[in-house]
Write a protein that binds this ligand. Structure first.
Ligand code: THU
Length: 382
């Protein structure tokens, strides 16, 4: 169970990237070098030394020292902060609500202490709000080494298995993973794919997504409950309302599948199929029918028609129910290709109801119909 949350700072709680780059450009200009935003981008998130020296080597600015740059930064940073609101959406709420939930909260940043403290003030908080504030002065080896998070967990006094790391950069995710702590990546700086390839246990869009949790159990369930149960399914299952499936909704879906079947375009096979999917994200129902073609192989099945229609309307979603209507007895299941496509958005226990025009009904769970879907390596959750 989560007892401590170890936050990276930049890119998670605050976004001081543009601010830092802006000051960097001014600093190098003062030194007689013309720098551009892109010179800084690959040197972010691993501490001041890398940020300054990495950029300096790109520019051939060999006379620049970290101490000199640090002094310049320090002298202008607080002033610059007054002009920008660098708090990430949801950051303050997340910190306050996690505290209400009784969680220990640590900052584990590779930035200098003065900068970390200035950023904490920019969030409208004091360093004393946090149980632990780790900055550059407390660690020898930078992220992606695990040191900072091992220290963070030790200082909060919780077992590694009871801590989570929240990170935005590949080096930071690796640091959390290398520490053996469950690591949640926010996809503000990197893509979901990058985060997963660094070993992130869970990817969320930003801290806002988890900012309203006021209980450790609910946060645990949201972050890891679904993923753990769905290791083989639902690479993209989007959790929804969490409402139970109501009988009248099931009936509506059955009617939707039967009515969609009437629109099937099947001059070749004369075999009509209708489908309906229930979006777990919105509670909306989407219909599909099979559509054939002079080129037989280009035929579109009813199930894929329904799911692609749903995605066109909502983007990635979860499927809580699939109904397939045919004239067969027993009613026909989806073909293997459709099941593979659906597995992207279904859970193992997503209900599948097969109905026939004569009124027969058979129920399955999704995993009974497709026990082992193929999941692309970077989409596997464990
Ligand atoms: N069909 C579907 O619509 N869904 C399936 O899962 C299996 C097959 C359609 C495609 C084609 O129009 C007809 O049934 C015969 O294969």
């Amino acid at each position: 169970m989560i007892k401590a949350v170890l936050f990276d700072m930049d890119g998670v709680l605050v976004d001081s990237e543009d601010l830092s780059i802006g000051i960097g450009i001014r600093y190098f200009e003062k030194k007689g070098y013309k720098a551009d935003k892109k010179n800084f981008l690959s040197h972010l998130g691993t501490g001041m030394a890398d940020f300054v020296l990495g950029t300096a080597s790109e520019l051939g600015a060999l006379d620049v020292t970290v101490e000199d740059a640090d002094e310049f930064y320090h002298s202008v940073y607080a002033q610059e902060l007054k002009k920008h609101d660098i708090a990430m959406p949801g950051a303050r709420e997340a910190l306050e609500n996690f505290k209400k939930a009784g969680l220990k909260i640590a900052i584990c940043s590779s930035a200098q202490r003065w900068k970390v403290e200035a950023n904490i003030k920019a969030l409208g908080l004091e360093p004393s709000f946090f149980d632990v504030v780790i900055a550059e002065d407390m660690i020898k080896r930078n992220k992606s080494n695990p040191d900072i998070y091992l220290l963070g967990a030790a200082m909060t006094g919780v077992d590694l298995s009871d801590a989570i790391v929240i990170e935005d950069s590949p080096g930071g995710v690796l640091a959390g993973v290398n520490a053996g702590i469950r690591t949640v990546a926010v996809s503000t700086t990197m893509t979901r794919k990058e985060a997963l390839s660094c070993g992130a246990d869970r990817v969320i869009s930003d801290v806002k997504e988890i900012s309203s949790f006021t209980s450790a159990e609910a946060l645990e369930e949201y972050l890891f409950g679904i993923a753990d149960k769905e290791v083989l399914y639902g690479a993209s299952y989007v959790k929804a309302t969490g409402l139970p499936l109501r009988e009248e909704v099931v009936d509506k879906c059955i009617k939707a599948a039967l009515s969609a079947r009437m629109n099937a375009y099947t001059p070749y096979s004369e075999y009509k199929v209708g489908a309906a999917v229930l979006s777990a994200s919105s509670g909306r129902i989407y219909k599909g029918c099979n559509i054939e073609n002079s080129s037989y192989g280009a035929t579109i099945c009813a199930e894929r028609n329904a799911v692609t229609t749903a995605l066109a309307a909502e983007g990635a979603l979860g499927i809580d129910l699939l109904v397939v209507a045919s004239e067969d007895y027993p009613p026909a299941p989806p073909c293997a290709v459709c099941l593979q496509v659906l597995s992207e958005f279904a859970k193992a226990d997503t209900k599948v109801i097969l109905v026939s025009t004569s009124g027969e009904k058979v129920e399955y769970s999704f995993s009974e119909l497709l026990p082992k879907p193929f999941v692309f390596p970077t989409m596997r959750k464990s």
